[in-house]
Write a protein that binds this ligand. Structure first.
Ligand code: SF4
Ligand code: SF4
Length: 420
């Protein structure tokens, strides 16, 4: 039975009277034996952060004086190829383009679209190289303040269902689902997903988060355009868009994998509590969310299963760096493997993603981090292995979820709805 409307919630938000809980705060109440009532909660905020390959940017980039070239045939931003168009911008000296978060630099195999998007949003200077349809090359630099349009579109973000991956074979496998080439057999698990905090885990049939809903995408206020590609009722995901000029570079970036650089984003969504059943959907606990363990070769063969309790309960958000243990090795394997470039000779905590590769890789325990382990049965044999790579960042997800809660409490984020 409906106990309030969106309009009533928005009136409370505008007056600063709305009661807002994060999905983890709801889960904690449930774990402690409480049974929250819809009468007492107006909004639940949810969030996720992880590799989201379906991320692209639509940009309008100044290149040269008007009339300098007719049309762009090819364009590189920091060495990363984009797709000029669809508008030809004939004789304008500027280029409309689409560029993928999964694209790779032609000059630097460790640099890709995710790193570029972070650089753009962070206001860094971007090198532009254009080949015109007449074959002339134009080089310039630009930055976000000169880029006319910078709109991010996510074609399939914030999935509800993830798989985890292991390698059951002797061969080494390159994949976007692990930070490095994955060794086997059963040396470790690579996981994704923010469990009980994940937006669609708290709204599995998209009653509250659907076309037209406002969201935060990398801290910029955007909207859900619709269901993402390959979205289904069983495995939903979201198509989103937001203005990159309002994004916070902390929440997005590049993440190197065994198959080259990828892109990560952070998404937060609000669930208006209009009735008890909507609130009860947010009672989900990590230990109750199944995470299939899948063969990284081909990704569809399910070998067993674990749950998000094993992934996130009791695990560390971030590694601890012990510089006294560092032997200054000639080649630092941590530096080579750190997917976000957070470790050079010092640890940049702002760039760190909490993936765990440093603690897994350093032979001298210069990094430590509790990232959990799993056990499951394969062919009647019990297999145990550590979680060696997390491709989702629970810390950033928590931060953005809390930021959305603050915005609603302060009357800065008014809800809209797809179902009223
Ligand atoms: S591998 Fe470990 S001990 Fe060696 S330089 Fe890197 S952090 Fe230091
Ligand atoms: S957890 Fe370690 S390897 Fe992963 S991003 Fe942070 S410093 Fe780099």
């Amino acid at each position: 039975m409906r106990i309030r409307s969106i309009e009533e919630i928005n009136k409370k938000i505008k007056k600063g009277d709305a009661t807002v809980l994060t999905a983890e705060e709801v889960s904690l109440l449930v774990r402690e034996g409480n049974s929250p009532k819809a009468e007492d909660v107006d909004v639940v905020t949810t969030g996720t952060c992880g590799i989201m390959s379906g991320t692209a940017a639509i940009l309008h980039v100044p290149v040269a004086d008007p009339g300098a070239f007719k049309k762009a045939k090819n364009i590189l931003l920091n060495g990363i190829p984009g797709f000029p168009g669809p508008c030809p911008n004939e004789w304008l000296g500027s280029v409309d383009l689409i560029i993928y978060g999964t694209a790779h630099s032609i000059y630097d195999s460790g640099y890709g679209g995710g790193f570029l998007f972070k650089d753009i949003v962070g206001g860094n200077e971007i090198e532009v190289e254009v080949e015109s349809t007449e074959g002339e090359i134009f080089k310039s630099t630009t930055s976000i303040k000169d880029i006319g349009t910078a709109q991010m579109i996510g074609t399939r973000l914030a999935f509800k269902n993830y798989n985890s991956f292991t390698n059951p074979s002797e061969e080494v496998v390159s994949s976007i689902f692990h930070a490095i080439d994955m060794e086997g057999p059963f040396k470790g698990l690579s996981v994704s997903g923010c469990g009980q905090l994940n937006p669609l885990q708290n709204d599995p049939v998209m009653r509250s988060i659907c076309s037209g809903s406002k969201i935060l995408l990398n801290a910029s206020e955007g909207i859900v355009i619709g269901r993402g590609t390959r979205s289904s009722n069983e495995k939903p995901n979201l198509m989103l868009t937001a203005d990159m000029k309002d994004m916070d570079p902390h929440y997005l970036g590049g993440f190197k994998t065994g198959a080259g650089p990828e892109v990560f984003d952070s998404v937060a969504a609000a669930i208006p509590i209009l009735d008890q059943s909507t609130l009860e959907q947010t009672f989900i606990l990590n230990k109750d969310i199944v995470l299939p363990v899948t063969d990284i070769r081909g990704r569809h063969k399910v070998l067993g299963s674990t749950d998000y309790g094993e992934v996130w309960e009791g695990s560390d958000e971030r590694p601890v760096y012990h510089p006294e243990n560092c032997l200054n090795c000639e080649t630092c394997i941590v530096r080579e493997r750190c997917p976000t470039g957070a470790y050079t000779n010092i640890l940049n905590t702002q760039r760190c993603f909490g993936c765990g590769m440093c603690a897994y890789s350093c032979p001298n325990n210069a990094f430590t981090m509790e990232s959990g382990s799993v056990r499951f049965d394969v062919d009647d044999k019990s297999i145990g292995m550590p979680i060696i790579c997390r491709q989702s960042d629970i810390k950033r997800a928590r931060e953005l979820t809390a930021e959305l809660k603050r915005k609603i409490e302060n009357g800065k984020f008014i809800l809209n709805s797809c179902f009223e």
